[in-house]
Write a protein that binds this ligand. Structure first.
Ligand SMILES: Cc1ncc(C[n+]2csc(CCOP(=O)(O)OP(=O)(O)O)c2C)c(N)n1
Length: 555
């Protein structure tokens, strides 16, 4: 791939781009100046490829991998308040972490236009934890949400997002899903816009300080702003009606579901009217009412929770109370949709039987991911088991706290060392609760090194301060491994050209008041096993930093 040409030079023509790369191209065409990200599949290529561009070519933007998504959001807020055009990228769970900063940011609004790219993962292809639907943030945060369905729209919607952000002085969220972020499609390239925004924080108490009672006025202003954006959405071309609204049976859809609908209509040679929603929030409810006004039946094709279905039900009460609305009654509410399910739903609606011979039903493969051959975690997991055995304990006698990263594979055979798993940073927090409930219960909490900086430091401080006694093993493989070897503060590499300052985990652990601390390479197997055994029997909080680099680190 000729990176420089595709991302930084070409100003016309077409390229086949991954959805995530189209997001990058959209931001670059808009003249983005500040980009911050924390990795997480299916969003990771956005950070990785901004990082690659910033390292290898002369670029006009600043890029960083921040320590976690909240800090990435806060960094962008600071840059936006200093008048820069900003992009923040993360996966869906990241938005939960960032939400504490996001909500007031929507209140204050932007100074430099800001787009937040968030990738959901219906069917959890690369996400433990939960099958989250980021659309729910629309009503919680009152943040405009755009939903592209293909790579071209990824680029166009990011550009439009910056325009909306500039026009209404509000951050805009671009929501993709795995099938949008990871599909490749033809994208038309356009000229790059040069941002002339000069960076300077100019004090503005009225805008940037959310102290009451001002914050209440901000809430009023936000709702009024959303009303104006709704009026904009009513006229927007990205809320479009296809195949005209003449028939009696229609379809409402958005995101990748739109592609499934069009593919199915094409295969079945049907021309049903389709309302494609590009601006999910605020919803163009008047346009929706126009669409459903003369229909007898409408099918809502959307993944996960029935948000569009609910809005359609509300709209129909006013305009067409007899309308029959079908959505989750015939399509599943969990997991991503598949074209054959959409085919079946449309066929059912039309009371016709179609032959599905052209639509392949994928076979579901059940396989367990496993650690790479030679991964140092093999030694850590085996060493833990050995230490438990040498302590005359059974594996059932010890609680094993899991966390998010490659070390969550401890859950599977042959290790079976995971008794709870939640979110990044939660391994120590939950361990603390278990140990407070019963200090005598043996417990080993596993924590990755990127997870340590991401959200585990406060939990460690809490456990030390409140005096619980878990054994914590920090899996120090010197990289954010699971999401593709991104840098983190435990090494000098950063996401851009310049070196960063290395922060030693052992110094942080010590500074947080931990007295029982050992740094051991698990390749020194006997010593590792002995230390786990000693600390497991100690009844005081203890930390082992198991230091051995990930084998896949590029030299
Ligand atoms: C809030 C949040 N952000 C991002 C992710 C995506 N994610 C899953 S594993 C992982 C890497 C964890 O790295 P580390 O703790 O070093 O463990 P390793 O993979 O190296 O074992 C990330 C970033 C997530 N699950 N949740």
């Amino acid at each position: 791939m000729n990176w420089e040409n595709i991302f930084l030079k070409k100003q016309s023509g077409k390229e086949i781009l991954l959805g995530n790369n189209a997001i990058i191209r959209g931001a670059l065409e808009s003249g983005v100046q500040f980009v911050s990200a924390y990795p997480g599949t299916p969003s990771s290529e956005i950070g990785d490829n901004f990082s690659y561009l910033s390292k290898h070519f002369k670029t006009d933007f600043y890029f960083e991998y921040s320590i976690n998504e909240k800090v990435a959001m806060e960094a962008a807020i600071g840059a936006s308040f200093s008048n820069l055009k900003c992009l923040v990228a993360m996966k869906h769970f990241g938005l939960n972490v960032a939400s504490d900063a996001l909500l007031p940011f929507v209140y204050t609004g932007v100074k430099g236009p800001t787009v937040i790219s968030v990738s959901d993962d219906p069917s959890c292809h690369s996400s433990g934890q939960s099958e989250q639907n980021t659309r729910a943030f629309a009503e919680l945060a009152h943040i405009p949400i755009l939903e592209p369905s293909d790579s071209q729209e990824c680029k166009d919607f990011v550009k439009l997002g910056f325009e909306i952000s500039e026009k209404f002085k509000i951050p805009v969220l671009i929501r993709t899903t795995t099938r949008v972020a990871h599909q490749s499609g033809i994208v038309k390239l356009d000229k790059f816009k040069k941002s002339k925004n000069k960076a300077k924080f100019v004090k503005n108490y009225n805008q940037f300080v959310t102290m009451p009672p001002r914050v209440l006025a901000m809430h009023d202003e936000l709702l009024e702003k959303i009303q104006r954006i709704k009026e904009y959405a009513e006229k927007s071309e990205i809320n479009t009606i296809e195949n005209s609204a003449k028939g009696k049976i229609g379809i409402i859809t958005s995101s990748v579901s739109y592609l499934y609908v069009m593919e199915v209509l094409d295969k079945l040679n049907l021309k049903l009217p389709v309302f494609k929603i590009g601006i999910f929030y605020p919803l163009a409810s008047d346009k929706l009412k126009q669409f459903i006004k003369n229909l007898d039946k409408v099918l809502i094709v959307e993944e996960l929770e029935p948000y569009l279905e609910r809005e359609t039900t509300i709209a129909a009460k006013d305009i067409n109370p007899k309308l029959k609305i079908y959505g989750k009654e015939i399509l599943p509410e969990t997991r991503e949709l598949r074209p054959e399910q959409v085919t079946a739903a449309i066929a059912w609606l039309l009371k016709k039987q179609y032959k599905l011979k052209n639509i392949e039903v994928p076979k579901t493969l059940k396989r367990f991911p496993s650690l790479c051959a030679g991964c140092p975690y093999w030694l850590v997991f085996n060493g833990i088991k050995e230490a438990v055995k040498q302590s005359n304990l059974k594996q059932e006698d010890v609680v094993f706290g899991g966390g998010i990263g490659c070390y969550m594979l401890a859950s599977f055979v042959p290790h079976n060392l995971q008794d709870y798993l939640f979110c990044m940073g939660s391994s120590i927090g939950i361990a603390h609760g278990i140990k407070k409930a019963n200090p005598k219960q043996k417990l080993i909490s596993l924590v990755g090194d990127s997870s340590f900086f991401h959200a585990s430091m406060p939990a460690l401080a809490n456990a030390v301060h409140n005096q619980s006694n878990p054994l914590i093993i920090i899996m120090n493989n010197s990289i954010t491994a699971m999401t593709g070897q991104q840098p983190y503060p435990g090494i000098t590499e950063t996401g851009r050209k310049e070196k960063g300052k290395l922060i030693k985990i052992e110094e942080v652990v010590k500074a947080l008041g931990v007295e029982n601390l050992r740094v051991i390479d698990p390749n020194n197997y006997k010593e590792f096993v002995k230390t786990v055994k000693d600390y497991l029997n100690k009844n005081e909080l203890a930390v082992i930093i198991a230091r051995s680099p990930c084998l896949r680190i590029k030299k």
